[in-house]
Design a protein around this ligand. Structure first.
Ligand SMILES: [Zn+2]
Length: 236
């Protein structure tokens, strides 16, 4: 912290000394030695080119000659504005790249469902109308669910879920999960429930082609409900 302040203070001191010296030179109160170097040389100094040795007598001249100093200041401000433009251009290109990447991603995003639609999804119906649910994260010692038979093939399936009686209408998120959490689901989809009365059903496409056979959970989450309902599920 203190070191940082120190270096900032030193920078300020350097800048002040430089300014004092510049004023002295521009006022013509210094005595330059030798003739004025050519424009190319001054440009090199302004760009802080590594090819110019600080021991070069022309550097000493330029640092003490009002004509060369004025030209150096002009060249340096041109160089800096060119660099600023370059940085700006680079920043703009970077933004454009990001925008392009997002466009590609969202293009894929909007097109993926079409390719899913084009493939033959296997229709499956899961009847949860009388299901006992495992809500949230209860212990496994909870009452065994009567839904031992719920299973889905490891394929692209169009699942129609008959929701438990008295389920609310609205948008539902359906997911196949490893455990009783919707983080990192194997597959998921969202759709509005339709039906009415005491029977609501929701249909979603679930891509289970990459799933290993085994025991999973099917979860349903109502859009206005933070809790998810979990049903034991077998993938065959
Ligand atoms: Zn000069």
């Amino acid at each position: 912290m203190r070191l940082h302040w120190f270096s900032r203070a030193e920078d300020r001191l350097d800048a002040w000394v430089t300014r004092q010296h510049q004023e002295l030179v521009l006022d013509g109160r210094t005595a330059p030695v030798g003739p004025c170097p050519d424009e190319t040389f001054l440009e090199g100094v302004a760009r802080q080119s590594k090819q110019i040795a600080l021991s070069d007598p022309r550097v000493d001249h330029a640092a003490n000659c009002p004509v060369c100093m004025r030209r150096l200041l002009e060249l340096r401000s041109q160089h800096q504005s060119r660099r600023r433009r370059l940085v700006f251009t680079a920043a703009v290109s970077c933004c454009l790249l990001i925008v392009a990447a997002f466009a590609v991603v969202s293009w894929h995003g909007t097109n993926t469902p079409h390719s899913v639609d084009n493939m033959a999804a296997i229709p499956e119906t899961i009847d949860l109308s009388n299901a006992g649910t495992l809500r949230g994260l209860p212990s496994y010692s909870a009452e065994p669910s009567p839904l031992q038979s719920v299973s889905l093939p490891a394929a692209l399936v169009k699942v129609t879920i008959i929701l438990p009686r008295f389920s609310r209408p609205g948008q539902y998120m359906v997911a196949v999960t490893h455990d009783q959490s919707v983080n990192d689901p194997l597959a998921h989809g969202a759709a509005a429930a339709n039906g009415g009365g005491d029977r609501e059903e929701v249909s979603v496409d679930l891509d289970l082609r990459k799933s290993q056979p085994g025991a999973y959970f099917l979860s349903t989450t109502h859009e206005q409900d933070q809790a998810s309902y979990y049903y034991p599920l077998q993938i065959k």
